[in-house]
Write a protein that binds this ligand. Structure first.
Ligand SMILES: [Zn+2]
Length: 278
């Protein structure tokens, strides 16, 4: 699971919403997590396009691009993502991958260029298409907001679902693949907005959703991973990203492979190593 804008913050609950007692499950997961450097030796605040590329390719994207790049990857970075992403590398090992997120679109092969995030680029280039409306409505995709609460403004007329039901959908999807990726980015939006309601909704949903999917790691030969691209929501005193380390949660079979990780670019090689040894 990839969570955007989630760093390891300080102990003051007035600054870090994860420091108090409101989200005990998340608090424990982060306290036990491996801290990873997200700055990667490049000046400036870490950003999403290069951070996600570093996490999901294992290559120091901000160093190669000469700066941290926000939002959606530009053409040169897209090319790197297309060739070096974790789906492509697992594919070369004969392992299957999927991206569980739903896209509220009619044609799963056509996503406007301006909306192609790192995960969209890797999904289109390796898997050919994304999960879309039909899959979401039949519980075979998970909406980025977990419960579908943002979807009513986009023409979705169905029910909201609970974080537990969304987790069950994700676990069902994961049953059919060697590697399943789910991306949650409202944490980053919430951190930028400073909107208390959005911060509480996103952390509250994660508090219920993550333990359900982390339980995946309790089955034999199953590994659960959670990581972020940069800090943000752990410091609500500012509206920008932070230079805080990000948490890498690794639970289950092969989790020891991740103990030596110290930076974002270590995660993808460790995933490949874990797959090679099983
Ligand atoms: Zn951001």
């Amino acid at each position: 699971m990839f969570v955007d804008g989630l760093g390891i913050g300080g102990t003051d609950p007035a600054v870090n919403p994860l420091a108090g007692d409101r989200y005990p499950q998340l608090k424990k997961l982060i306290a036990d997590a491996i801290p990873l450097d997200a700055c990667l030796g490049v000046e400036g605040l870490p950003q999403s396009a290069t951070g996600q590329a570093a996490l999901l390719t294992g290559i120091n994207a901000p160093e190669i691009m000469g700066r941290h790049i926000e939002g959606f990857p530009p053409p040169a970075l897209k090319k790197l993502i297309q060739h070096e992403n974790i789906f492509a590398k697992l594919n070369r090992l004969g392992k299957t991958s999927t991206f569980a997120n739903a896209y509220w679109i009619d044609d799963p092969h056509r996503i406007p260029l301006r909306r192609q995030s790192v995960t969209t680029v890797m999904t289109l280039s390796v898997l050919g298409g994304v999960r879309h409306k039909n899959e979401l409505l039949s519980g075979k995709a998970v909406n980025h907001d977990i419960t579908r609460w943002t979807m009513h403004t986009r023409g979705y007329t169905g029910e909201l679902i609970s974080p537990e039901t969304a987790a069950a959908h994700l676990l069902n999807i994961a049953r059919d693949f060697d590697f399943t990726l789910f991306e949650y980015f409202l944490t980053d939006h919430a951190g930028h907005s400073g909107n208390t309601e959005l911060i509480e909704t996103s952390l509250g949903d994660l508090e219920r959703f993550i333990p359900e999917i982390a339980a995946f790691s309790e089955k034999p030969n199953h590994l659960f991973l959670l990581c972020s691209d940069h800090g943000n929501i752990e410091n609500i005193g500012i509206f920008t990203h932070t230079r805080n380390p990000v948490p890498l949660v690794a639970l289950g079979t092969g989790s020891e492979t991740f103990r030596s990780c110290t930076k974002l670019t270590d995660v993808s090689p460790a995933i490949l190593k874990a797959f090679k040894s099983c």
